[in-house]
Structures are given as structure tokens and as C-alpha cells.
Design a binder for this molecule. Structure first.
Ligand code: AMP
Length: 271
């Protein structure tokens, strides 16, 4: 990649509370268009119009850019969010997350994982054995950033997602984010559902199963959402992992399999 790349990050808030965020990598020629798109998104958020919008642009050192392959994606059909959370829990357990850690993370996201009972700005770091929270700031959490797709990989991904009726920014951005998170060897699994009240889907990402989408991980209209990154406590250095998630640059140049929908009982995760 000879062309210099910039990291572009947006964060917006409303009523002193986090509203939305977005992170991309872009060549200089694309920066203005993407910045306008991000501002538009903050102004038209389903939870209301942003009152503060911060944009930050940083040139990324060319030698720090790593390439990678996107996680495979599949969808597991579930009837409602109760069944969805049950299936998500089962998948987390199969990845080596202990039941108390999976249950604690699901409950915290459901109740609003920030100290004020609302959604956090970033993700919880959760000890995969004890369920203890390990992030330094429980309101901010850790934000994964500096990851994106090459233009060719973005085109290919959109084509493949469109065949499954899934070509939307929620899925594209979350798939890229989960791929970066799972690139950290100390992360066993990620759990996410959105804080957007109109978007009930969520996912569990693991190395073995890739990005597994559940159409329902919360009821329609619910504003509380969040993310948990489950870490192996024995291999974990918070500063090293946080630096990787926030600063390492991942430019994904290969798209994984984009599979169809199956029933959750078919998921081979009974280890
Ligand atoms: P979203 O899928 O954008 O609705 O985000 C759902 C939740 O995931 C948010 O409420 C945050 O807690 C968390 N989150 C969003 N973006 C990031 C990120 N870049 N890194 C870590 N956590 C994030």
C-alpha cells in the first residue's frame, strides 16, 4: 500500500451521553466525503440529533499497516432475544468462556454497562474465567479503532452481503471491528448487541466459528447495547491489549465466507 492512509474517528454525544462513534481508514482523497458522511450519521441518529460531534484525523505510519482476512459470517435463526441470548451464551462457552463470565457480561449489557446504567462508549474487557471487569474506565471502556477494508475488499464484501440481504453499515462495520478484536491473541471471544433501538441483531465472534449473527439479541425499542471482549486473564496485560485495539492498524484485504442462515440447534458448539 503506497498511498498514505489516515485514521478518521467520529464520536458524538447528546444530553451528556454517548450517542454514536465510527472509525475508518481512508486515503486523503476520501477524507472529506467520509467526514461529511460521519457528521450526517451523528445528526440523523435514531436516538436523536447529536449535540457534540468530535472528528479526529491522524496520518497512519505506512510501516504500521498490517493486512488480514475478514472473519467468516453466518446467521443463526432465533425466535426472540431470549433464545438469541441463550444461543450466544452457548457459543461463548464453546469458545472457552466460563458460564459465570458469559452470564455476567450478558446481564451487564442488558442493564446498561456504564456506571449510570446507560451504554458505554466502548467495550468491557471481561475476564473469561471470573467474569471480572478489567477495563480502566467503566464508562468509556476500550474502543477498537484503526481498522478498515481495502476498496476492493469493500466492494467484494458488499456483493456477498447483498446476496444474503445483509449489506448495511451495522453488519459491515461490526464485522471489520470483530476481525480486529479477534486478531488479538489474548481475546477469546466478543459479544455485541447494538444500542440503536431499531436494530435488534447482535453477534458472537470467535476464532472457531467466526462472526455468528443472531437476528434478535434484544427487544425492539431497547436503547441499551454494548460489547464485551473476553480475555484470558493469565495472558492478559491491559495496557498492551488496549494499545493494540486502539492503535494497531489493520487493513483487511481478503473477504471471508458470507454464509446463509441456519437454526441455532445446528450450531456445532457442544464442546
Ligand atoms: P453499535 O453497534 O455501534 O450500536 O455499538 C454498540 C455498543 O458497542 C456501544 O454502545 C459501545 O458500548 C460499543 N462500541 C461501539 N463502537 C465500539 C468500538 N469501536 N470499540 C469498542 N466498543 C464499541
Amino acid at each position: 500500500m503506497s498511498e498514505p492512509l489516515y485514521s478518521l474517528r467520529m464520536r458524538s454525544s447528546r444530553l451528556d451521553s454517548h450517542l454514536s462513534g465510527c472509525e475508518r481508514l481512508a486515503a486523503a482523497d476520501d477524507l472529506e466525503r467520509l467526514a461529511a458522511e460521519m457528521v450526517g450519521r451523528a445528526l440523523r441518529h435514531p436516538r436523536g440529533r447529536a449535540e457534540q460531534i468530535s472528528l479526529r484525523v491522524d496520518l497512519v505510519p505506512a510501516e504500521s499497516i498490517r493486512n488480514g482476512r475478514l472473519l467468516d459470517l453466518r446467521t443463526i435463526r432465533v425466535d426472540d432475544h431470549c433464545q438469541g441470548r441463550q444461543a450466544a451464551r452457548e457459543l461463548l462457552l464453546a469458545a472457552g468462556v466460563h458460564a459465570r463470565a458469559a452470564d455476567a457480561a450478558i446481564a451487564r449489557i442488558a442493564l446498561g454497562a456504564a456506571p449510570d446504567g446507560r451504554s458505554m462508549r466502548g467495550a468491557m474487557l471481561v475476564d473469561a474465567v471470573s467474569g471480572a471487569r478489567l477495563e480502566a474506565d467503566p464508562a468509556r471502556g476500550v474502543r477498537a479503532s484503526r481498522m478498515d477494508l481495502t476498496a476492493a475488499a469493500q466492494r467484494e464484501l458488499r456483493l456477498r452481503l447483498a446476496r444474503q440481504g445483509l449489506d448495511n453499515p451495522h453488519v459491515r462495520e461490526a464485522l471489520v471491528l470483530a476481525t480486529k478484536v479477534l486478531a488479538a491473541p489474548e481475546v477469546l471471544a466478543e459479544l455485541c448487541w447494538s444500542d440503536d433501538p431499531d436494530y435488534t441483531a447482535g453477534y458472537v465472534a470467535t476464532r472457531e466459528h467466526g462472526y455468528v449473527r443472531f437476528p434478535h439479541l434484544k427487544p425492539l425499542g431497547e436503547e441499551r447495547g454494548g460489547r464485551a471482549f473476553f480475555v484470558r486473564g493469565d495472558e492478559f496485560d491491559r495496557d498492551v491489549l488496549t494499545a493494540f485495539l486502539e492503535h494497531a492498524v489493520l487493513l483487511i484485504d481478503e473477504v471471508g465466507d458470507i454464509g446463509g442462515t441456519s437454526d441455532w440447534k445446528e450450531l456445532p458448539c457442544g464442546k
